[in-house]
Design a protein around this ligand. Structure first.
Ligand SMILES: [Zn+2]
Ligand SMILES: [Zn+2]
Length: 435
């Protein structure tokens, strides 16, 4: 620890629309499970704007930021080669100098929720960038329960992928993968994928009693899907969905919905890159794009009353209303947006009458790191692009964070004038550790 400076540079939130770059005390190891990470890049994503604008329930001064990649510079006493086998492997293997990515919430890797893969609901969960846990937009950050929270990046990965693209692993890409997985893994979707009618087998419990009155037909085994919201997470969700669908080998129709034509064009150009790639599998699907006004007419035209599943990747009631309007009976609405409205825009009776399932919530980022990294490598042609039409729009020095917040907020506000938007066009990276 002696090598760490007494103070370091951090982006500090002082109040609504007041972030400052200043010197604050460098974090120190406080617990044997802690790691200190020297931040190389920190994200500035749509969620940071909620804090910036004062929309979150926070009024104390604190270091901002919840997305980071960096290098381990100090480890607590728990990190030893002979740490118990019952603990997460990083307690035995992580070393000073290793490159890491951290989920935006702490997850211990040891409690029941972590063991079950619901790492977002770890009993020790803390969102990075709170008064109780200074955030990632700083030169150094303390990560509690680091052996469970951190994910060690393979050596030489930065030669394969640009560093700002790795930042997508901290939040945006796993969240897109999560909202897609949550839909396609649902028991209501299983009959289309497996050819066996509901109920699910439950380890043989229903084996001899599945009693569909008529056999599932070939035409029943095709999925109708929609993604509502084509911000950065929506784009990641779309490519995650397409990647899983290529693995499942079922025909599908997918409608990508956003009122903003710039976002739709961005997806269009990304899809063109993918379809011209020799590594892309032959697609069994058809992809459509529309604004929210035409979306319902398009999916109704597909038949069966709408979609098997709709991904809502915005986080407000107008997007939820659009998504609900696209669902067929017995559909799954998978939502990963951070909803601020006091109530959802439909009643229990409406859900009952359509047997619609709602899947809401935060992404278990830590549980999805390996799959998200695999997807990032596989679809680097669209997901790992930086600048211009890339998901990471620009990389700015930490010192320019206040202007970056202003500019990012203004860019988001332009879109927010449209009906369905709390999200933004892309994301920024704050360059901190010399990348
Ligand atoms: Zn984020
Ligand atoms: Zn846990």
């Amino acid at each position: 620890m002696s090598a760490l400076p007494e103070t370091h540079t951090a982006v500090v939130w002082h109040g609504p629309r007041d972030v400052r770059v200043e010197q604050v005390a460098t974090p120190r190891l406080q617990h044997a499970d802690d790691a200190i990470v020297k931040v190389q890049l920190a994200g500035l994503c749509g969620s940071d704007l909620h804090v910036f604008r004062g929309d979150e329930d926070v009024d104390e001064r604190h270091t901002c930021g919840h997305e980071l990649i960096g290098i381990v510079v100090a480890l607590g006493d728990s990190f030893v080669p002979d740490a118990s086998e019952s603990r997460p492997a990083l307690y035995r293997t992580l070393k000073v100098g290793d490159g890491v990515v951290c989920p935006f919430t702490v997850s211990c890797g040891e409690c029941e929720f972590c063991r079950l893969g619901q790492t977002q609901r770890c009993i020790h969960s803390i969102l990075l960038g709170q008064p109780i846990l200074p955030g990632a937009q700083a030169q150094y950050i303390r990560i509690p329960h680091a052996g469970g929270s951190l994910f060690a990046l393979p050596p030489n990965l930065s030669q394969e992928l640009p560093a700002p693209a790795l930042l997508l692993l901290a939040d945006i890409l796993p969240t897109g993968l999560f909202v897609a997985t949550q839909a396609l893994s649902h028991a209501k979707i299983a009959p289309v994928l497996t050819g066996t009618a509901w109920p699910p087998k439950l380890d043989g419990y229903f084996d001899s009693e599945v009693d569909a009155q008529a056999a599932i037909r070939t035409e029943d085994r095709a999925l109708q899907l929609a993604v509502v919201g084509l911000g950065p997470v929506g784009l990641c969700a779309t490519f995650a969905l397409l990647d899983i669908l290529s693995h499942l080998s079922v025909p599908y129709k997918l409608l990508a919905v956003d009122p903003n034509p710039v976002r739709r064009r961005k997806l269009e150009s990304m899809l063109a890159v993918v379809s011209s790639s020799p590594s892309s599998p032959t697609s069994l699907g058809e992809i459509f794009l529309s604004d929210h006004m035409d979306a319902r007419g398009i999916v109704k035209g597909w038949g069966r009353g709408g979609c098997h599943a709709v991904l809502e990747v915005v986080g407000n009631n107008s997007a939820l209303t659009t998504a609900m309007g696209l669902l067929a009976p017995a559909g799954v609405l998978s939502s990963c947006g951070v909803h601020q409205a006091p109530q959802v825009p439909f009643t229990g009776r409406e859900l009952y009458n359509a047997n619609v399932t709602l899947e809401f919530g935060r992404c278990p980022v830590r549980a999805l790191f390996p799959a998200a990294l695999r997807l990032l490598r596989k679809r680097a042609d669209v997901l790992a692009q930086v600048g211009g039409t890339g998901l990471v729009e620009r990389v700015v020095p930490l010192e320019n964070a206040p202007e970056a917040y202003e500019k990012f907020d203004k860019g988001a506000s332009v879109s927010a004038e449209r009906r369905m938007n709390h999200n933004v066009q892309s994301t920024y990276a704050l360059s901190i550790g010399g990348i």
